[in-house]
Write a new protein. Structure first.
Length: 184
């Protein structure tokens, strides 16, 4: 084995101490002390998140998107519908609930995959689904959620994703994953 390649076990960091800095209704922030593979101790700041879903919802040749104000960015974004998992909720149930709350539709779900949004400092895992055969079945949106539903031609959405025009990673990845599945 070359010197540049390391056994996976050699890369592991061992937690020495955990300190919760903040516990909110959505996430927990820890500052942990860890021992590196070379024995040196350092700190890691980690955001623990309950997980989320995102849905690529298509009605015919149109993609349903939601426009909403994102406080952390101080601007509106255009995204695929998404939301966090509730305790004990399956990703499929969450996807159907979020789709109904955010767009008013429910549909046949197809699992596309999952990914970690920002593994350098968070454990947030997002499950991606495609949704087709949509039927109107609205649920009341969350009290703190204000958004508008927009439609975009599917081919235009793929083009925007390929050009990096969506500023939201789950939206870009979801569109490209769905496009890859439909072209197989």
């Amino acid at each position: 084995m070359s010197d540049q390649k390391k056994d996976h076990k050699d890369l592991r960091e061992e937690c020495v101490r955990q300190e919760t800095i903040f516990q909110g209704r959505l996430l927990r922030l820890n500052r942990d002390s860890v021992r590196l593979p070379n024995g040196v101790e350092t700190t890691r700041e980690v955001i623990y998140h309950p997980g989320a879903v995102a849905i690529v919802a298509r009605e015919g040749d149109e993609l349903l998107l939601v426009r909403q104000y994102r406080y952390a960015l101080e601007r509106e974004t255009l995204e695929i519908p998404a939301g966090k998992l509730e305790p004990g909720e399956t990703p499929e149930a969450c996807a159907q609930r979020e789709l109904r709350e955010e767009t008013g539709y429910q549909g046949k779900l197809t699992y596309l995959g999952r990914f970690y949004s920002t593994p350098g400092f968070s454990n947030e895992l997002i499950y991606l689904f495609g949704a087709e055969d949509l039927v109107w079945a609205p649920l009341t949106a969350d009290d703190d959620e204000f958004l508008g539903v927009e439609r975009m031609p599917w081919e235009a959405a793929i083009h925007k994703a390929l050009q990096g025009e969506f500023q939201d990673a789950k939206t870009t990845l979801g569109i490209l994953m769905q496009a890859g599945k439909t072209r197989d």
